[in-house]
Design a binder for this molecule. Structure first.
Ligand SMILES: C[S@@+](CC[C@H](N)C(=O)[O-])C[C@H]1O[C@@H](n2cnc3c(N)ncnc32)[C@H](O)[C@@H]1O
Length: 307
């Protein structure tokens, strides 16, 4: 190994090592090169979003990058956990192993203020169920400064992290944090309910890449078919929406199964240009019209899980 090395050369070598080791990405980056750049930028305290200059590295700088690279290769943790930081909607968030690493395709809708799907100017209150790091709630508060935002989670430690993230972005006075099991413990109604709940079918736990196994199981899995949380949300959402309220749900691949199981519900399916899938929108009126179908579907699921 040469004594001196330039940054771009080192990044190329880390990229090759990441690829050769078969690392899996998807926690903030989608490929080995971007991951190597993020790692190096963090180690050198450089701007993650800017193009990295091809500077000659000091021995201390090289050591810092090499050490982080070795840990990423050995532990197979998402880089965000090693750095304690992830990015969402262009904002940095503190993350740890109590929270999912932010990566929701809802970011695209938030950046566009949900145009053309929703008129967010007419909305005042928003609840983010399963808020984790608070990324969705906080990004909504930042992008739409007229909103009062609540984030709820079953995990008290995640809520502490979310509260810290809100302070970090100067939003402490417009965000509040509620410990709740879906709607249990929440007595109010909101203009918008948004959620990226757990939606991975339990069986997939065995086949998930190692990187995903570092994330909390209660943030990923949702019963046999991935729809337990979605069912609980759909059952009671109408009771927690204000007039003209809307529910925005991210369900990934499980959204198609939901539509199969409830074919009579005309969800709105926003197009997402920047990837991701399975985001659905349900208006209060539609949920009320189909209240009976939702209830019987929910009860059938309950009976099946007991038998
Ligand atoms: C897929 S993660 C989403 C985290 C964050 N909103 C994001 O997009 O990165 C799901 C979150 O739901 C929370 N959760 C799991 N079960 C829950 C429940 N019964 N009630 C409320 N939150 C729950 C988990 O703790 C986790 O933070």
């Amino acid at each position: 190994m040469p004594n001196s090395i330039r940054l771009h050369e080192l990044i190329a070598s880390i990229t090759a090592r990441f690829d050769a080791a078969g690392l899996v990405f998807g926690h903030g980056t989608s490929n080995a090169h971007d991951e190597a750049c993020w790692l190096a930028a963090h180690a050198l305290a450089m701007d993650v979003a800017a193009e990295l200059p091809d500077v000659e590295l000091s021995p201390a700088q090289r050591l810092a990058i090499d050490e982080l690279t070795a840990v990423r290769l050995k532990q197979r943790q998402p880089l965000a956990y090693l750095l304690g930081e992830a990015w969402f909607c262009g904002l940095p968030f503190s993350v740890d192993q109590h929270t999912l690493v932010p990566r929701s395709p809802l970011a695209e809708l938030i950046n566009e203020q949900f145009q053309p799907w929703l008129d967010m100017r007419s909305k005042q209150t928003l609840l983010d169920i399963g808020t984790g790091s608070g990324c969705i709630a906080i990004a909504c508060a930042k992008t739409m400064p007229w909103l009062q935002v609540s984030g709820s989670d079953i995990d008290a430690q995640a809520l502490c992290l979310a509260a810290g993230n809100a302070q970090r972005h100067g939003l402490g006075d417009r965000c509040r944090w509620l410990e709740a099991d879906v709607f249990c413990g929440i007595d109010e109604a909101f203009d918008v309910i948004i959620s990226n709940p757990p939606y991975v079918p339990a069986m997939q736990a065995q086949t998930m890449p190692r990187e995903y196994q570092h994330e909390p199981a209660h943030a990923l899995f949702s019963g046999v078919d991935g729809l337990d949380h979605a069912a609980a949300i759909l059952l009671d959402a109408a009771d927690h929406l204000q007039a003209q309220g809307v529910l925005v749900l991210e369900l990934g691949e499980s959204a198609a199964l939901l539509q199969q199981q409830l074919p009579m519900l005309p969800f709105i399916w926003p197009d997402l240009e920047h990837g991701g899938e399975g985001v659905i929108i349900a208006e209060l009126g539609m949920l009320q019209r189909h209240e009976h179908a939702i209830k019987s579907w929910y009860q059938q699921r309950q009976q099946r899980s007991k038998s």
